[in-house]
Design a protein around this ligand. Structure first.
Ligand SMILES: CC(=O)N[C@H]1[C@@H](OP(=O)(O)OP(=O)(O)OC[C@H]2O[C@@H](n3ccc(=O)[nH]c3=O)[C@H](O)[C@@H]2O)O[C@H](CO)[C@@H](O)[C@@H]1O
Ligand SMILES: C=C(OP(=O)(O)O)C(=O)O
Length: 441
């Protein structure tokens, strides 16, 4: 079992280039199933979840060429629909959350699709109602077989209609969009999620010949077309990685430049870090974070304690709340972290408390952080990463802590962060990969 061993407490320095966005990659790679023509996608991160999806498309019959380090060409000319009933599909399709997004395109193009209940982080209930209720409104029938754990969907002809989504689900919106682009007539999707991932997907689909308007809003209008063609697409830098690096710089008092961030696409993210007192400067399209010994959490204008809560875009993404929480542990001041979307994403605070952080977990959704203002250094411990973002938050804590930490279950981290140990070492971090089992195994 791979683990990271970290000797913390050293400031880092240098430049880091964010990888392409994981969650956008999962959407646009699924969208290649909508056409038999070639689609070339660049800036694809070399991470577990994305590689698994690419492998799955290969198994389905998509012709895939890896043309350069971060670029792939996909040609979904011959799709093997029998693959759905194989044991291999059950194992692979269920191993990541993103695989759910092959359903919309397959349904649109071939009139049927199946998917095992998908994986992803264990961070609470993660329902899929939005996806299937959306397909149903477009005229599909679906059933879930609890024995096989498979969802099956079919439709002889999808028909455009008014779809009021059950909730602004990111992957759910992507799936319904991909089903609607080839439906007959006009689809209006209201309560659509509008994260940059979705905006990028819509722009790519329009370049393929789709007719989607309202991009960036929660009301999308889609005029169905007969077929889509090929295109080229480049992924945005991963905004969650960018936020993670801002947090890393502040917590370890490091001077870090994050390169080519596409600042306009980061929405409210930089401002939320600024409210924790973190200084940053936009230099061209790079974010420069100076080494800061201290940073002070803002209050609300009326002087009351700040709350940082997640919300669908353009609100603050839930995927950065674990990072905000860990960074607040060494700020001056207090903050309430409110994780509204996921039920089990804050439990990792136990590990931060063991390291010396002052945090009260009020309930599964809320934690109050009493910043230490770097008067006390966290101390390194042995811990296990419960999910991808908690894993990186613990990694940041370990890099700031005195002494040695060991983080187990780094597969969770590696499903979303490319070569993270190598890239952190380039900034001067003392981190190495070791083979070790968690205590008690
Ligand atoms: C592969 C991928 O792209 N994963 C992302 C995607 O997951 P995913 O698309 O699975 O997440 P959803 O947007 O469906 O929702 C996440 C959770 O939030 C709840 N919910 C959602 C919308 C809403 O308005 N209110 C609400 O409470 C849902 O019930 C669910 O429990 O979006 C999440 C929310 O940004 C991110 O954490 C995941 O990293
Ligand atoms: C929760 C996440 O991913 P997934 O939806 O793939 O589990 C995430 O990227 O933070």
């Amino acid at each position: 079992m791979n683990a990271f061993e970290i000797n913390g407490g050293k400031p880092l320095k240098g430049e880091i280039i964010p990888q392409g966005a994981k969650n956008e990659a999962l959407q646009v790679i699924s969208a290649v199933l909508l056409t038999e023509e070639k689609v070339t996608i660049s800036n694809i991160p070399d991470i577990k979840d994305v590689n698994k999806l690419i492998e799955l498309l290969g198994d389905l019959g998509v012709n895939i060429e890896h043309t350069s380090k971060d670029t792939y060409t996909f040609e979904a000319r011959n799709i093997d629909l029998n693959f759905f009933s194989s044991e291999q599909f059950k194992a692979k399709g269920g191993s990541l959350r993103g695989s759910i997004m092959i359903v919309g395109p397959l349904l649109a193009r071939f009139g049927k699709a199946a998917i095992p209940k998908p994986g992803g982080d264990k961070i609470g209930r993660r329902r899929l109602d939005t996806h299937f209720l959306g397909f149903e409104k477009l005229g599909a029938k679906f059933n879930f077989n609890p024995e096989t754990n498979f969802f099956n969907v079919d439709a002889s002809q999808l028909r455009g209609t008014y779809v009021l989504l059950d909730e602004a689900s990111v992957t759910g919106t992507a799936n319904v969009i991909m089903a609607a682009v080839l439906a007959k007539g006009t689809t209006t999707i209201y309560n659509a999620a509008c994260e940059p991932y979705i905006q990028q997907l819509c722009k790519m689909l329009n370049r393929m010949g789709a007719q989607i308007s309202g991009i960036g809003s929660n009301l999308l209008t889609i005029e169905g077309v007969e077929s889509l063609g090929g295109t080229e697409h480049r992924l945005l830098p991963d905004m969650i990685e960018i936020g993670s690096f801002i947090g890393l710089a502040a917590m370890t008092a490091s001077e870090i430049t994050i390169k080519d961030v596409q600042y306009k696409e980061l929405g409210i993210i930089p401002d939320v870090f600024r409210r924790l007192g973190i200084q940053m400067e936009l230099r061209g399209d790079d974010i420069f974070i100076p080494s800061q010994q201290h940073y002070e959490i803002d209050t609300f204008i009326d002087g009351s304690i700040l709350t940082v809560a997640d919300a669908p875009w353009p609100g603050f993404t839930p995927d950065l709340l674990s990072i905000i929480l860990v960074v607040a542990a060494q700020a001056k001041g207090n903050v309430m972290i409110h994780q509204k979307m996921f039920e089990s994403r804050l439990f990792f605070v136990d590990k931060l408390i063991d390291m010396g952080a002052q945090i009260i977990l009020c309930d599964p959704h809320r934690a109050t952080v009493i910043g230490l203002n770097k008067q006390v250094q966290l101390k390194g411990i042995e811990m296990t990463s419960p999910d991808i973002r908690a894993g990186v938050a613990l990694l940041i804590a370990a890099l700031s802590a005195s002494g040695k930490s060991v983080i187990h279950n780094i597969e969770q981290i590696e499903r979303g962060y490319q070569d993270i140990d190598i890239r952190l070492r380039a900034l001067g971090a003392d981190i190495k990969r070791i083979n070790a089992l968690p205590k008690g195994h």
